[in-house]
Ligand binder design. Structure first.
Ligand SMILES: Nc1ncnc2c1ncn2[C@@H]1O[C@H](COP(=O)(O)OP(=O)(O)OP(=O)(O)O)[C@@H](O)[C@H]1O
Ligand code: SF4
Ligand SMILES: [Mg+2]
Length: 353
């Protein structure tokens, strides 16, 4: 997914974010949570990259790290040609105007003691030289742009429904006129009917303002009609990335296949049976060696059946012994293009030979 053409607004290479686990009387670091462990991504101008994975896979940590809201452990983020991690604080303030975030929880992310006008107007205070009157006019315009009345500026967040609060969060993100927005599960907490309205709003704003989104979701259904490209994340790493239609019609990584099999379809397809993965997502403190997906991977089990004992290894998952290909427990797969399509990449050792 390395694309250094001018169409690429944001490139993430080898991003790592590890959190210390402290304990004992002296609060020493006992271990590390490898929340993000070598992520590569590229977001194209005016497009949406969906980032999908189960809870705890590291999606929020990717979004927050690339915005420099939490410190990185390693890797590089380039935004419109600028190396984000090497910017000084004052340079970062300028770039931050252009990189915004919308949060999952529309209640917790809005200060209950501030009026909507002050919430949406705050970024204008920080990032622009507008007078108070100009700010008030701009806040009214932003509220109307996200489908709210300009007069709502005088009210407080608790006076609004979940969908309306998310609109307020979007207006606040739009205030500094960004090019790029991390949308961290912005519809997960909303009713299904409201979800569609918010997705439509984000889509209209993208068309109108040329915005680029990193859109985080925990299932593939949410981003299916919204993202232009989709990256699938498992235990701190990207396991597959492709153009949207290609990923949905032709998934190659066994984890993506399992996630897709859980997406409800209008017409049931007998060829697409639900794949239930054994076991749980392992802890990112002590992830499995080699390919971290191997204890749950249907493909390695199937291939191991065909191999001699020297190439097999046995794991116990859900109390049952299962064979896996030994190589999957040793080598760490990296994202590489699939055989037919350079823009469709996957990280699966047994499909890269
Ligand atoms: N500040 C922190 N300190 C320690 N561990 C953390 C911290 N923030 C996140 N983690 C851990 O990092 C891992 C990834 O968390 P993250 O919130 O990025 O996942 P996620 O994919 O966004 O999950 P969800 O779908 O539940 O939002 C999890 O194991 C989480 O417990
Ligand atoms: S590398 Fe092995 S364990 Fe990992 S996805 Fe491929 S087959 Fe499964
Ligand atoms: Mg999250």
């Amino acid at each position: 997914m390395q694309d250094n053409t001018n169409n690429t607004l944001l490139t993430v290479a080898g991003l790592k974010t590890h959190f210390p686990v402290r304990g004992g009387l002296l609060s020493r670091t006992k271990a590390w949570v490898k929340a993000v462990d070598g992520v590569d991504l590229a977001v194209q101008r005016g497009k949406t990259l969906g980032l999908v994975g189960e809870s705890g896979s590291g999606k929020t940590t990717v979004g927050r790290t690339l915005l420099r809201l939490i410190p990185q452990t390693g890797g590089k983020v380039v935004f419109d040609g600028r190396d984000v991690f090497s910017l000084t604080n004052s340079e970062m303030r300028v770039v931050r105007k252009r990189m915004q975030i919308i949060f999952q929880d529309p209640v917790g992310s809005l200060n209950p003691r501030m009026t909507v006008g002050n919430i949406v107007g705050e970024p204008l205070k920080v990032h622009s030289s507008m007078t108070r009157t100009e700010r008030r006019t701009e806040v009214g315009r932003l509220l109307e742009r996200v489908g709210l009345a300009a007069g709502y500026a005088r009210r407080y967040p608790h006076e609004f429904s979940g969908g309306q609060r998310q609109r307020i969060g979007i207006a606040r993100a739009l205030a500094p006129k960004p090019d790029f927005i991390v949308c961290d599960e912005p519809v997960s907490a909303l009713d299904v009917s409201i979800q569609a309205q918010i997705l439509n709003l984000l889509s209209d704003l993208q068309d109108e303002l040329g915005l680029s989104y990193l859109f985080i979701a925990h299932n593939l259904a949410v981003v299916e009609h919204f993202a232009h490209q989709v990256a699938v994340m498992y235990l701190g790493k990207i396991v597959e990335v492709a153009d949207r239609d290609d990923l949905y019609n032709n998934p190659t990584h066994p984890y993506t296949k399992a996630l897709l099999s859980a997406v409800p379809r209008p017409e049931p397809n007998p060829d697409r049976e639900r794949i239930r993965l054994p076991g749980e997502v392992p802890s990112p403190i002590n992830p499995p060696s080699g390919c971290a997906f191997y204890p749950r991977c249907p493909l390695t089990r199937q291939r191991a059946e065909e191999l001699g004992s020297s190439e097999r290894h046995t794991v116990v998952v859900d109390g049952q012994a299962a064979p896996v290909v030994r190589r999957c427990t040793i080598d760490v797969p990296t994202l590489k293009p699939t055989a037919d399509d350079a823009s469709h990449c996957h990280a699966c050792l047994l499909q890269q030979d």
